[in-house]
Design a protein around this ligand. Structure first.
Ligand SMILES: [Zn+2]
Ligand SMILES: [Zn+2]
Length: 370
């Protein structure tokens, strides 16, 4: 079988995406499924490929927040979905290392190679451009800025077919990360307090999840329009430049927040967040640090802790249904963060994302029948 379909291809780190016809050869192998993509969210990690200094191979089809309909399966032991199922695609993992076996697939030993740096190489390549030149192996196991994606079945999570399928992809990464930090890592609940630094897609998903489970939340951001969104979803808004931020947060959280989530990688904000925690409070970092992180003396005193969080500590097959259930109950309105674009407008989506004009762009492949 050979399938030809449109995809957004990144050919050079500094160039715009080009929407081209690509070719996928062969049927799904055992453990793989072919998915007709309904929508694919654009995440910061897609755009970070431009700064990967050659580590993420090109030319590549990016996109790792895909959702769609299963159109073929290769069977095999991981065949947990059937043709016609609606699925959300999440990150890739090996399923065999200690962390995968321990229900922590986001910390898979092979996470970086499988998701970011061109794992699962194929010989001969099955995914090529119109001239037959090989495209990079599947990005995050999916490469979903395209009309179709061939993915490991273990990365697909079946969802209720009455849900708005084309909007669900970001539940596989960005929204999973923010909500998972609150619900899994912190295990926050009624009476708890949380500070969220940065009200982008991840931060706002954290705010929504916190509000959904009765957590009092303070959101900090530079942009007034993002703070307004955070406030709409239940957080107390605080401008990032406010003087005496730690004292203010302590006052708003009855002596200090139990939890803080940083999505900014800003060292001054991280220090402020630590100083605003109550004793034994914990801070989670989700953004990649690009410089050494200097902590002010005393910031980790009294049992405070700091750790990195990948993909919201989620097992996607458990957390995604929980998030769609909260959405159906009107308590996790993630669709309000999304603006859709035709796949052909991928470069406009990137510009809007960079300029902060959109929280979460979702690309819709043209010609997808729905
Ligand atoms: Zn693994
Ligand atoms: Zn992502």
């Amino acid at each position: 079988m050979t399938l030809k379909f449109p995809a957004a291809v990144l050919r050079a780190y500094e160039d715009p995406f080009t929407v081209e016809e690509v070719t996928l050869r062969t049927e799904p192998a055992a453990g793989e499924i072919l998915v007709e993509i309904a929508g694919s969210g654009m995440c910061r990690t897609d755009l970070a490929v431009r700064r990967s200094a050659g580590r993420s191979p090109l030319p590549a089809v990016l996109g790792h927040e895909g959702s769609g309909v299963v159109v073929r399966t290769g069977g095999g032991p991981d065949a947990v979905v059937d043709v016609g199922d609606h699925v959300v695609l999440s990150f890739d993992s090996c399923g065999r290392c200690r962390n995968c076996l321990g229900a922590a697939p986001a910390y898979c030993d092979l996470f970086a190679s499988l998701n970011l740096f061109g794992g699962r190489e194929e010989e001969p390549p099955r995914f090529t451009d119109a001239t037959g030149k090989a495209l990079a192996p599947r990005w995050f196991g999916q490469s979903s800025f395209a009309a179709y994606a061939l993915v490991p079945a273990r990365n697909a999570v079946r969802v209720d077919p009455t849900l708005p399928l084309e909007l669900l992809g970001p539940l596989g990464c960005g929204f999973l990360t923010g909500a998972g930090a609150v619900l899994n890592t912190f295990g926050a609940g009624p009476g708890d307090t949380l500070t969220v630094l940065g009200a982008g897609a991840v931060g706002l998903a954290a705010v929504m999840a916190a509000t959904a489970v009765g957590v009092r939340t303070v959101a900090v951001d530079r942009h007034p329009q993002r703070l307004a969104l955070a406030e709409r979803f239940g957080a107390i808004p605080l401008p990032a430049g406010t003087a005496g931020l730690p004292e203010l947060i302590r006052r708003l959280t009855d002596g200090g927040a139990q939890y803080a989530l940083d999505t900014t990688a800003s060292a001054p904000l991280i220090n402020d967040a630590l100083q605003s925690l109550r004793p034994t409070g914990s801070l989670g970092l989700v953004a990649r640090l690009h410089t050494a992180l200097r902590l002010e003396p005393g910031t980790l005193d009294r049992g405070r802790s700091i750790r990195h969080i990948c993909e919201g500590d989620a097992v996607p097959g458990l957390l995604i249904p929980r998030l769609t259930g909260l959405w159906q109950a009107g308590r996790f309105p993630f669709d309000q963060l999304i603006r859709t674009y035709p796949l052909a407008d991928v470069n406009e989506a990137e510009r809007d994302c960079d300029a902060g004009r959109v929280v979460k762009p979702v690309l819709l492949p043209e010609g997808t029948s729905r």
